[in-house]
Ligand binder design. Structure first.
Ligand code: NDP
Length: 244
């Protein structure tokens, strides 16, 4: 069945690949991110391939903008079936570097942004008595390495929030499903935004030899979205096959 699917962080990487794949399967996708010109280009690509999409410039760290994105889906397509909390960033650095601004951005986007997404979409899903959250965590939700303390904390937080939400929705018999997706290294723009030069170089070297295309993650998400409502893939953990 065609679904109405909102994707945050849809302007590049995993969000873009998932939007294009799900649109090619007759779903209606609603794209949110800050870079409007990128969203417009992806929207045009989808339309030219015969798919249906719309977009709205959205900063997920602003609750009113996230609510407006949910409303855009409802106004355009009359419902909201899937909300993919994907927007995120990973500016790793060791604590001694004191990059407080990066810590705050990760908390605002990776964590607060996910909570705002839930806040914006859950009431509509409850009303419909059906829906699904796809929350993008990371293998970093399950393990931490030097330089990745704040990122892992936000992604472990996404895991915890998702599991509590899943339990609440099962208890409420709302038919709202929750799927966490925890990828390993994916070749996207994520490393471009690392601000600490030493860490950035190390990460670029790592990603050059160990990473999978974002289309692989999109394929896994497509599987979780297409699963009949009587079943829920609670978590997908996936890595490039050469990642430890
Ligand atoms: P990209 O950098 O390619 O994509 C990140 C997306 O997030 C962009 O579309 C960006 O759009 C958006 N974004 C950033 N800040 C905001 C904001 N304030 N409001 C709205 N959107 C925002 O990286 P990925 O595709 O790799 O990242 C997607 C998700 O996957 C992230 O949550 C990341 O942590 C996770 N992940 C990535 C892995 C990897 O190795 N690449 C591994 C595991 C998880 P814009 O700048 O236009 O706002």
């Amino acid at each position: 069945m065609a679904k109405v699917i909102v994707i945050t962080g849809a302007s590049s990487g995993i969000g873009e690949a998932t939007a294009k794949l799900l649109a090619s399967k007759e779903n209606k996708v609603v794209l949110g991110a800050r870079r409007e010109e990128r969203l417009q280009k992806i929207f045009k690509d989808i339309e030219q391939s015969g798919g249906q999409a719309t977009y709205l410039a959205t900063d997920v760290s602003e609750l009113e903008q996230v609510k407006a994105l949910a409303q855009k889906a409802i106004d355009t397509y009359g419902r909201l079936d899937v909300w993919m909390n994907n927007a995120g960033l990973m500016p790793h650095s060791e604590f001694i570097k004191g990059r407080v601004e990066d810590w705050n951005r990760m908390i605002d986007i990776n964590l607060r942004g996910v909570l705002y997404g839930i806040n914006a979409a859950l009431p509509q899903m409850r009303k419909q008595q059906s829906g699904q959250f796809i929350n993008i965590a990371s293998v970093a939700a399950h393990a931490v390495h030097s330089g990745g303390g704040v990122y892992s904390a936000t992604k472990a937080g996404v895991w915890m929030i998702s599991e509590a939400l899943r339990q609440e929705e099962v208890a409420a018999k709302s038919h709202v499903r929750v799927t966490v997706v925890s990828p390993g290294a994916v070749s996207t723009e994520l490393v471009d935004h690392v601000t600490d030069p030493d860490t950035k170089k190390t990460m670029e070297n790592f990603y050059a030899s160990v990473s999978m295309p974002s289309e692989r993650v999109a394929q896994a998400i497509s599987l979780a979205v297409a699963l009949p409502e009587d079943s829920d893939i609670n978590e997908i953990v996936m890595r490039p096959s050469n990642q430890q």
